[in-house]
Design a protein around this ligand. Structure first.
Ligand SMILES: [Zn+2]
Length: 259
């Protein structure tokens, strides 16, 4: 199993990150993609990548920092110099946390990262919250310009069937988080039931969004098992089959493996 999206800042957890990863390994979560989306967290991620062979990394600037000035070259240089960084992100649009007053700044920051991912030949990890219309417009334009050729994932996907279809059409992936296990997420499970198998990923987004039966607690990569279980149920498959499919998808998107 692979947790395709988690945050492993030591200060977010009660136990050392080493123990968190050990627990994950014990339940079969053998790889994790750790995301640093605040420039202040980049060095911690770099050290973790040196320390833990089961980790891959991705770096980007989250839309919640769109208000702060940022030099995209910092990101470019960090990615170039850091081994095992396999994606740009998470980046995107968030009108829930930030409000629409930073819309233009968010768009600029996001587009810079779309360009950077294209330049560096890396997939994009995209965060989209309450911004589906603008997200769709930006992605369609980028797709038309050939800037999404390295692939992308809408992480923690909670959007509409239409958005899922559009994403698939553009070659993108959709990642299921713990939210699909929530009792009231009937509609989201319906959306996931329509997504082609070769476009699905699973993630925790730890330390946030713990799946049932841990909802409300601190999330960790080991809990991705619950999301995988639910996704298998939604797709009418065994957990092993779903594991195999989502692992292949991860390897294809992020490691360029042809499977
Ligand atoms: Zn995240």
């Amino acid at each position: 199993m692979i947790d395709s999206h988690c945050h492993l800042n030591a200060t977010d957890y009660d136990e050392p990150v080493q123990d968190i990863l050990k627990t994950a390994g014990q339940v079969g979560v053998k790889k994790c993609l750790a995301i640093a989306c605040d420039v202040n967290d980049f060095d911690e991620l770099k050290n973790q990548l040196k320390q833990f062979p089961e980790l891959f990394g991705a770096v980007g600037i989250h839309p919640e920092y769109a208000d702060k000035p940022f030099d995209i070259d910092v990101l470019r240089q960090f990615i170039r110099k850091t081994p095992r960084i396999i994606g740009v992100g998470e980046c995107g649009l968030d009108y829930h946390e930030m409000g629409k007053n930073t819309k233009l700044k968010q768009e600029t920051l996001f587009k810079e990262q779309i360009d950077l991912a294209h330049e560096l030949g890396l997939p994009l990890i995209i965060h989209s919250r309450d911004a589906e219309g603008d997200m769709r417009t930006i992605l369609k334009a980028a797709y038309k310009d050939g800037k999404l050729k390295n692939g992308f994932v809408l992480h923690c996907f909670s959007g509409s069937i239409d958005m899922a279809k559009e994403t698939v059409k553009m070659g993108g992936y959709l990642s299921a988080s713990g939210v699909i296990t929530f009792k009231n997420a009937t509609k989201l499970r319906e959306v996931f039931s329509t997504i082609p198998l070769d476009r699905l990923l699973v993630e925790t987004d730890a330390p946030y969004l713990a799946p049932e039966p841990y909802r409300g607690k601190k999330n960790q990569p080991a809990f991705v098992v619950r999301t995988l279980d639910k996704l298998a149920e939604v797709k009418g498959m065994t957990v092993d089959e779903m594991d195999c499919i989502t692992t292949q998808n991860f390897n294809r998107l992020f490691l360029g493996e042809k499977a």
